[in-house]
Design a binder for this molecule. Structure first.
Ligand code: ZN
Length: 203
């Protein structure tokens, strides 16, 4: 579809079309929106993409995406260091933050175990979590809350984590299923997420 415009416009449409969830028509619509922006606004957009890509890295403690290391959660001494919530994705962390109900620390796995997609424990940040829990900084941790998504992959990940965390003799809990099965935490409303957290059970 983009070839009719030639050159720069085609390239912009092609690049936008590579983004997830953006089909040919959407790419075209976005491209023309960008082309009609004042130059300064277009520069702001381009710079935001570049700076985010270049400046964002993994927090060396919790593996969250961050531009400062340690991230703002790990660096915040007001957070409750006795509880660590394990989530699949930085977006799930953001969803729990929006509830305002959780004041502990996080650990971001960056995915879930999925044999179908070839994702095993070594593709996630589980080793970093184990190392973290065995370090001095975690000697006060009393509970690990596993808040992976309530689908097959999330459940498999929770069970695997419970197994490898067992020797550490720290209480491991799993969020309740107030969250619809097969759902994605990111899209669940705050009240449901808060209830799921309240109703967590020991694994
Ligand atoms: Zn962190």
């Amino acid at each position: 579809m983009s070839h009719v415009y030639g050159g720069y416009v085609s390239r912009l449409i092609e690049e936008l079309g590579r983004l997830p969830g953006i089909g040919g028509k959407s790419a075209q619509r976005l491209a023309f929106h960008i082309l009609h922006l004042p130059t300064e606004k277009a520069e702001n957009l381009a710079n935001a993409i570049l700076e985010a890509r270049r400046g964002v890295r993994y927090c060396s403690v919790c593996c969250n995406l961050t531009d400062a290391d340690p991230c703002l959660f790990c660096a915040n001494i007001k957070r409750d260091a006795k509880t660590i919530m394990v989530v699949e994705d930085p977006r799930d962390l953001a969803a729990y933050e929006r509830t305002g109900e959780f004041h502990g620390l996080y650990h971001v796995l960056h995915g879930a175990i999925s044999p179908m997609h070839g994702v095993g424990p070594n593709d996630l940040t589980m080793a970093a979590l184990l190392k973290r829990l065995q370090s001095d900084s975690c000697k006060d941790v009393q509970e690990i809350i596993i808040a992976t998504n309530p689908n097959v992959e999330g459940e498999a990940t929770a069970l695997y984590l419970a197994k490898i965390l067992k020797p550490l003799e720290i209480k491991v809990t799993r969020i309740a299923h107030g969250v619809p099965v097969g759902g994605d935490l990111e899209f669940v409303d705050e009240v449901t997420l808060s209830r799921a957290l309240e109703g967590r059970r020991t694994l």
